[in-house]
Design a protein around this ligand. Structure first.
Ligand code: RAM
Length: 883
């Protein structure tokens, strides 16, 4: 029996408030039949849940597509809900029942749908430089039975909203961080159950956030504007069919809140004595509040929320209460985490407590904050007094493991403190486990690097006065991130901001959203995020639309590079970060030894090769020809410039050889020599890496690609500096920015740039999934429609279990070297996919599946003995191979 389930619209389960007018529908199929392939589907869309009034009926469409099926020919209307259901037919002739019913709901679609005014606090009572977060409130009457109510809201700055005293939604850091001048997201909330008949009240608190707050190492304020403001519309549909719209307007009122200061980097100051009891309820008396001011500010850039919102995802209990050698009281969360601490306290009115946050303790075991630079990460709370008080901050987050407590008195109970982990609420889609506990800890650290740095935008680090959307870091880690969570909408949103912030000549800012100086743009391997990231999303989710949407941006980046200098096929001008933090750097330099022109031209070639492939996918023939030719020209120029006539690479670093091989820039002898050279270099360093940000993500991938997985395993298993496991043995719970963030003697690398939660080197995760476990995409059938499964066991591991939920469903790849003579491999792939599998070192004659010879196994459509093992083509289902 087979069923259709997990219906998704634009990746989301029953989304409300989308503004995409041609939404795409995806589904999964569950089946106990092997080799299940879809032959046809039917989609129905209805206005009512009974499917009496069909708006669209696709009829039976002969197609194997079950992912991103575009809803054509349906003219969607603002605020309307659409129910949909799907049934499918298999190639074997089975017809499923209708799926369960799912829906999506449109939000506001254009600027003219907003009748509301932007409102802000009056500048006379709230001077622009005031740090206090303002409250806004409004009361209104509900005049009948409410059938449905929605709030659409956004702000300049951050907002938190209450309705009749209760929180509206569970999202944090709304409206998220985008390129605010071009794009500002609004959120949609179902508030049907929060309204009551008669008097109602809405209450809002505004924070500076990324819009107006202090950002970057320079502490720049007012990056996007100097006034916070709010925009919202409440649409009430009554049971009698009438509709009423309540809006933000000049009738709202404003007052100061107990939040005296709240800044992303610096923390929050809260005076509980200033709390206004029940301020967001209808009965509250607001005679002493001030009228708000309306603001002339465009609504043209307002768009619906695109990615998963930030939520409180999990809670952590501290593991220890420490008195440090210098006598300070510190709690240890046991995990470097991002979010904040919720605490309970009882005391006298006016008593002040503070919580300072740090990632590490120093050599002596004392609380250490130098690596935070100017970020204060400090919560100050002044008690109301009397009953126990519970506090959580509002518009700030901290990156920390240790919390220094002041003012809490003698008897501190750990149970009064809870770490609240916040990040974009992406679905967890991947797991990796193996026989080695240190590698499992590394995997854990990679995952926590992602949790900590996927808070609405992909950041380099979450703790110091930086926390910016560094393009290079995102490009390096994106593929790994797809193995852990579904990051499709997270990166789509960010890529739209990248395109919005791109310079007119195609240059790409170092960070997105772009908040650094005007000159801070277009470094090789950083700007290439414009091309690499859309390509990865397409590969991993089969999402062609992201290529369509980003195509102009991708082209613009390539044309930017082409215009640099006077050789259009080389990139040898301008500033580049190079192999950032490479260990072969000169003393006191962050920039690794690999020639920067070499890196720039290599990435130029790589981006053009991806752009050519993109043009092909989008059926842009002329462009495809153009970029294919350009790629050949760059490749040729690269060889002329960097390869000697006898085939030696003129840049003799690990990273140079890695890039040339990874991007396939060499031919014949040169290619062979580069592979040989890479191994020689590794031998010279006793299998330790010297690579930085640019080389590291590809190092092990290249070694596997050139048939030297055993060398990659050697690198992986090193425990002394520099290696991935060095930091693990030093107790890391996230990935460090530096291979020697903490040195052997316990001292630190430096003060100014030493993050302990920097995901870039976590890119080793990609190799663990793609090569060690062996789960990979097929470029020609992306989104895991056709899956490559080629596990590569190696010395040091006896078993690996990996799984990944693709758009089609779960993929499992597990191998177990049970004894010298017995290998067990379990593979499972979802319905409507096929897989090419290589069972390493297998001999056809010894191979069994579920105890039987392979010719008795259904689901295998091809089998071939090769030099490296047995190669098979499988249909969906679960297979247990032994040999
Ligand atoms: C540092 C960031 C980031 C890196 C840039 C070049 O400031 O932390 O990781 O991409 O430098």
């Amino acid at each position: 029996m087979s069923i259709v389930n997990k219906l998704r619209c634009e990746y989301r389960e029953n989304p409300i408030g989308i503004d995409c007018t041609q939404p795409r529908i995806s589904w999964q199929i569950q089946s106990d039949t092997r080799s299940w392939l879809q032959a046809a589907y039917q989609i129905q869309i209805s206005q009512d849940i009974e499917f009496k009034n069909l708006l669209w009926n696709s009829e039976k469409v002969l197609s194997n597509q079950s992912v991103h099926v575009e809803v054509h020919h349906l003219v969607v209307e603002k605020c309307k809900r659409y129910y949909y259901r799907v049934r499918v037919w298999s190639e074997q002739g089975e017809q499923t029942d209708w799926s369960e019913i799912a829906f999506w709901e449109m939000g506001l679609l254009q600027a003219s749908d907003w009748q509301a005014d932007w409102i802000s606090t009056p500048t006379e009572q709230f001077p622009l430089e005031t740090e206090t977060c303002p409250l806004l409130r409004h009361t209104f009457q509900v005049k009948g039975h409410v059938q449905r109510a929605r709030i659409y809201a956004t702000s300049l700055g951050l907002y938190e909203m209450k309705l009749n005293g209760l929180s509206v939604g569970e999202q944090a850091f709304t409206p998220g961080w985008t390129s605010y001048k071009h794009r500002l997201q609004y959120q949609t909330y179902d508030v049907t159950d929060l309204l009551t008949s008669g008097g109602n009240a809405i209450g809002v608190m505004l924070g500076n956030g990324w819009y107006k707050g202090k950002l970057t190492g320079r502490g720049k304020k007012n990056m996007y504007g100097d006034r916070t403001a709010f925009l919202m519309q409440l649409h009430i549909q009554y049971e009698d069919g009438t509709e009423e719209i309540i809006t933000s307007n000049s009738n709202w009122r404003a007052a100061e809140s107990p939040v005296l200061m709240s800044e992303i980097y610096h923390g929050e100051t809260y005076d509980a004595r200033l709390e206004k009891i029940n301020w967001s309820t209808a009965t509250y008396e607001d005679a002493d509040w001030f009228p708000v001011e309306t603001l002339q500010h465009t609504k043209d850039m307002v768009v619906a929320q695109e990615n998963e919102p930030v939520h409180k995802i999990e809670e952590i209990s501290p593991i220890a209460l420490i008195t440090t050698p210098s006598g300070e009281t510190v709690i240890d969360m046991g995990q470097n985490m991002v979010g904040w601490v919720r605490f309970t306290i009882q005391g006298r009115s006016g008593q002040e407590v503070t919580l300072e946050h740090a990632e590490v303790l120093d050599q002596e075991g004392n609380f250490y904050t130098d690596n935070l630079r100017n970020a204060k990460q400090t919560i100050r709370y002044i008690l109301k007094g009397g009953a126990p008080e519970v506090y959580e901050p509002h518009f700030t987050f901290q990156g920390f493991r240790f919390v220094l407590l002041t003012g809490f008195g003698e008897s501190i109970r750990l149970a009064d403190f809870t770490g609240i982990v916040l990040h974009s609420d992406m679905e967890r889609t991947g797991y990796f486990q193996c026989s080695d506990p240190l590698i499992n800890q590394l995997q854990h650290n990679i995952l926590w690097g992602q949790k900590g740095n996927f808070l609405d935008v992909p950041t380099d680090c979450p703790q110091r006065d930086e926390r910016l959307g560094w393009t290079g870091d995102a490009q390096m880690f994106i593929r790994t991130s797809t193995f852990l969570m579904n990051v499709a909408t997270f990166f789509s949103k960010w890529l739209h901001d990248l395109a919005a912030d791109q310079l007119e000549d195609g240059g790409v800012p170092f960070v997105i959203p772009h908040v650094l100086s005007e000159k801070s743009h277009s470094s090789a391997a950083w700007g290439d995020a414009a091309v690499i990231c859309p390509w990865v999303i397409y590969q991993c989710y089969g999402d062609k639309r992201i290529l369509e949407q980003q195509y102009e941006s991708m082209k613009a980046w390539v044309s930017y590079i082409r215009k640099q200098g006077n050789d259009e096929f080389l990139w040898n001008t301008g500033f580049h970060f190079g192999d950032w933090l490479g260990l072969d750097a000169k003393p006191d330099s962050y920039i690794g030894a690999t020639d920067r022109d070499f890196i720039a031209t290599a990435f130029y070639a790589y981006s053009v090769s991806l752009l050519a492939k993109t043009a092909k996918v989008l059926s842009k023939e002329a462009d495809w020809e153009l970029y294919t030719r350009l790629y050949a020209q760059i490749r040729h120029a690269f060889q002329q410039e960097f390869v000697t006539p006898s085939g030696k690479l003129s840049v003799p670093t690990q990273t140079a050889n890695v890039l040339a091989l990874m991007f396939d820039l060499l031919d014949g002898t040169a290619k062979e020599r580069a592979a040989k050279k890479l191994l020689e270099l590794l031998e010279e360093s006793k299998f330790h890496l010297t690579t930085g940000f640019v080389g590291t993500p590809y190092l092990n991938l290249v070694l596997s690609q050139i048939g030297h997985t055993e060398a990659a395993y050697q690198l992986l298993f090193q425990q002394d500096y520099p290696s991935w496991l060095y930091q693990v043995t030093k107790g890391a719970t996230t990935i460090w920015e530096h291979w020697d963030g903490i040195k052997e003697d316990g001292s630190f690398w430096s003060k100014d740039m030493n993050s302990f939660n920097h995901y870039a080197y976590g890119a080793i995760g990609e190799w663990l999934y793609r090569c060690v476990a062996g789960i990979d995409v097929d470029e020609e059938a992306p989104g895991y429609k056709h899956i490559q499964i080629k596990p590569q066991p190696g010395a040091g591991l006896t078993w690996v279990e990996a799984k990944l939920e693709s758009m089609y469903g779960w993929i499992y790849a597990e191998w177990r070297q049970s004894s010298e003579h017995l290998m067990e491999i379990r593979i499972s792939i979802p319905p409507n996919t096929t897989a090419s599998v290589l069972l390493p070192n297998a001999k056809e004659t010894h191979l069994r599946e579920n105890g039987a010879a392979l010719d008795q196994t259904t689901g295998i459509s091809e089998m071939r003995q090769t030099e490296t093992g047995v190669s098979l083509i499988l249909g969906s289902g679960t297979y247990n191979f032994t040999y």
